[in-house]
Design a protein around this ligand. Structure first.
Ligand code: SF4
Length: 115
């Protein structure tokens, strides 16, 4: 099976072609080794950093932006979002504060300060 990908590691945006044969991934089109690594990961274990907002219960109409501290498996993104949809926090919260621990292998950290 072949997959066409755009490398998102740097602004050059190389067009990659990944040829997947059983467990072996052959990558062409990459201008540097990072592109090959990106394509192999994308074909074997795709991960994403999840960004979202959570409700701040003690402030009127206020949400705080959050993200996963490390990328999580792409097929776990909806699980993370389900947890965040139900999550409510109290201000003050500062950038970098850990909001939740171990959600699909990642912490959830604040990316906005709310006083
Ligand atoms: S393959 Fe290398 S040069 Fe090309 S976009 Fe990816 S990181 Fe940049």
């Amino acid at each position: 099976m072949k997959r066409d990908l755009i490398c998102i590691i740097c602004p050059r945006g190389c067009s990659l072609c990944a040829d997947i044969q059983e467990k072996q991934v052959t990558v062409t089109g990459n201008a540097c080794p990072k592109g090959r690594e990106y394509a192999v990961n994308e074909c074997t274990n795709p991960v994403r950093t999840v960004t979202a907002t959570v409700r701040v219960v003690n402030r009127y109409n206020t949400m705080a932006s959050v993200k996963t501290s490390v990328p999580v498996a792409k097929d776990k993104m909806m699980d993370v979002m389900s947890v965040l949809r139900e999550t409510q926090i109290k201000a003050p919260v500062h950038i970098g504060d850990v909001i939740l621990k171990d959600i699909c292998g990642s912490e959830i950290v604040a990316t906005k300060t709310v006083y």
